[in-house]
Design a protein around this ligand. Structure first.
Ligand SMILES: Nc1ccc(F)c(C(=O)c2c[nH]c3ncc(Cl)cc23)c1F
Ligand SMILES: [Fe+3]
Length: 312
């Protein structure tokens, strides 16, 4: 039986224009983390990265948050100071809780284009100084639940929805869904009322339905020439921040298949003080993180100082 959902509408639309990031020679479409959309509690950053060798993210530290890396093309090799190294490829996801400290490098694993999404999710104060490694997970594409209904295929990258559950359970709870939608299809996705939520469009043209009757066509990616989902020739990628409500209805209003993610999470509601790769609650804790990193202690024990350099 159809029910009337109180639908979330778009309250902010931000274009992630491609930018050079750091000194690694790579380029990112920065969604959350740019000046117009600094943060969306509990989310700190969303980068759609596009990296070719020899560029990459050489040794750098993290403290106080977690990263979810989802590969769209090619692969990425992850090596950290907890003695862990792994490689993820297209469709795989890697979830790393840095907790009190990790130093790692993230480098392209294949010749050619290596593309993916990296989402930074904040940790509550209670979890910021946990030991890393124990909440560390990779998920191969084959283990990511996927369902197709009425022209929409949904993969549950993190969390649960539509009755499907990913084995990746984050604190705070987060739902991270990857949608592939045929032209004309629409899908309604319930989202817990008090969670913050946003859509990031990778390719295609989507509209967020304001209510059952109308489709407010928000995104006309007219300059996107999508030959196939891999080679989006160009395209200003859009972040759609969603307002209050209990669900969102997204319709593919273009002629091509649409590819987008819907990410939602419970806000933490604590003060955030961020300095590059350190995300804490107070400036003193940031100073301590810098001190610990400089002295290779409290989680940065194996920081190979020589090769460690900040990407600010
Ligand atoms: N501090 C700081 C500053 C700048 C950075 F670029 C990074 C960083 O590593 C990344 C930013 N986006 C990314 N997407 C994908 C991957 Cl694999 C890594 C990153 C970082 F940590
Ligand atoms: Fe990193």
């Amino acid at each position: 039986t159809r029910r009337r959902w109180r639908l979330r509408r778009v309250v902010q639309k931000v274009v992630a224009v491609e930018q050079a990031e750091g000194r690694g020679g790579f380029r990112v479409h920065r969604s959350i983390g740019r000046k117009e959309l600094r943060r969306l509690d509990p989310f700190l950053l969303l980068d759609e990265f596009h990296v070719r060798r020899p560029a990459g993210f050489p040794d750098h530290p993290h403290r106080g948050f977690q990263t979810v890396t989802y590969m769209l093309k090619g692969g990425f090799h992850h090596q950290d100071n907890c003695g862990h190294s792994s490689t993820i490829y297209k469709g795989d996801v890697q979830w790393m809780v840095s907790g009190r400290g990790v130093v790692h490098s993230e480098m392209p694993a294949s010749e050619g284009d290596n593309k993916g999404l990296q989402l930074w999710i904040n940790l509550p104060a209670s979890h910021k100084m946990t030991y890393p490694g124990k909440f560390y997970q990779e998920l191969s594409a084959s283990r990511i639940p996927s369902v197709t209904t009425d022209g929409t295929t949904v993969k549950v990258v993190v969390g649960e929805c539509l009755g499907m559950k990913s084995v990746v359970k984050t604190t705070p709870p987060v739902c991270y869904l990857d949608f592939l939608q045929e032209a004309g299809a629409s899908v309604t996705q319930p989202i817990p009322n008090d969670w913050n939520a946003f859509i990031y469009v990778l390719s295609g043209t989507v509209g967020v339905v304001k209510d059952e009757e109308s489709v407010e066509s928000l995104i006309i990616l007219s300059d996107v020439v999508v030959k196939d989902e891999e080679s989006v020739e160009s395209g200003a990628h859009h972040t759609l921040v969603l307002g209050e409500g209990e669900a969102v209805t997204v319709k593919n209003i273009g002629a091509e298949r649409a590819h987008f993610i819907l990410v939602a999470g419970a806000p933490i509601g604590e003060p955030v003080v961020q300095w590059g790769p350190f995300v804490m609650n107070t400036q003193e804790e940031i100073d301590q993180a810098n001190h610990d990193f400089q002295h290779a202690q409290n989680g940065f024990e194996n920081a190979r100082k020589a090769s460690c350099r900040y990407i600010r």
